[in-house]
Design a protein around this ligand. Structure first.
Ligand SMILES: [Fe+2]
Ligand SMILES: [Fe+2]
Length: 277
């Protein structure tokens, strides 16, 4: 098999400029796969339209939810909340033939493979606390005091869980079982909207925002689950870093004001494995 495994995230297609960038996302070979690591958009039909378009182009599309897909946005006719909303997104992806965290993990057999590509949905639990705080309550209070509060607090409902950290805990337990059952002979590509380790959040302009960016419970998952590469987005700080010798790729496009600052036409698709076309 030829081709490459690409990844992108944070397409935020509610912005016309970003929809134009998505129009330009094309495979370089007929065998190319595309990982879409969350934050396609917040309106259900926008997410569906975008994933359908990408699925029509790429040999395989692997999606994980970001926080924006999980919002119940006041402008969205789809009013589902929490787990019911996630399950509706999964059902929609299955209709399109897009892989989700609920499907068998596909194996990439192209160059750099074979590797198990594991789309994960892990959420966050406020353990990346704001500086100088030791509890979730203190950390949130610091965020409100500084005016840096993630919109998730208003729009990402945890139903039927009592709170987002409970949902996170359930996702962690179920996902660890899935990963433990993967072929131990194969390395993995771990895909999660939020970074598996805290270090990438250390460059955030507003450190209070880190509490919405992951969980310290996955701090060793890239080692424990044999990651060749860990793919994430959410921070809107695209870059490559290494932790414990494992390559981490932040693959976000981000908002027009962010990519516009970097100048030039954004080329957000990053090659994770395989040969350039
Ligand atoms: Fe985003
Ligand atoms: Fe996000």
């Amino acid at each position: 098999m030829t081709g490459a495994l690409y990844a992108v995230s944070d397409l935020h297609v509610s912005y016309a400029q970003n929809r134009a960038v998505v129009d330009g996302l094309r495979p370089e070979s007929a065998d190319d796969w595309l990982i879409v690591a969350g934050d396609v958009g917040e309106v259900f039909a926008d997410v569906e339209r975008t994933l359908r378009l990408l699925r029509d182009r790429f040999a395989r599309v692997v999606w994980v939810p970001g926080n924006h897909e999980l919002w119940t946005h006041p402008t969205d006719p789809v009013t589902l909340r929490g787990v019911a909303r996630y399950e509706a997104l999964v059902a929609m992806c299955r209709e399109l033939g897009v892989d989700t965290p609920e499907d068998d993990y596909p194996v990439w057999h192209g160059a750099g493979g074979p590797v198990t590509v594991a789309p994960l949905f892990l959420l966050y639990d406020y353990s990346f606390r704001a500086p100088g705080t030791t509890t979730k309550e203190e950390s949130l209070r610091a965020a409100y005091a500084s005016g840096v509060v993630c919109t998730d607090e208003m729009l990402l409902h945890p139903d039927p869980y009592p709170d987002r950290e409970s949902w996170c805990r359930a996702r962690l337990a179920a996902t660890a079982r899935r990963l433990d059952a993967t072929d131990p002979a194969l390395p993995t590509v771990l895909v999660n909207h939020w970074p598996l380790v805290r270090q990438p959040t250390e460059v955030l302009w507003y450190p209070e925002f880190a509490q919405w960016c992951g969980t310290d419970r996955t701090a060793d998952w890239h080692v424990r689950h044999r990651a060749a590469v860990a793919v994430y987005g959410h921070l809107h700080i695209p870059r490559t870093t290494h932790y414990d010798g494992v390559r981490f790729e932040e693959v976000s496009l981000g908002y027009p004001r962010e990519w516009g600052r970097r100048g030039g036409d954004p080329r957000p698709m990053r090659r994770i494995l395989g040969d350039a076309g």
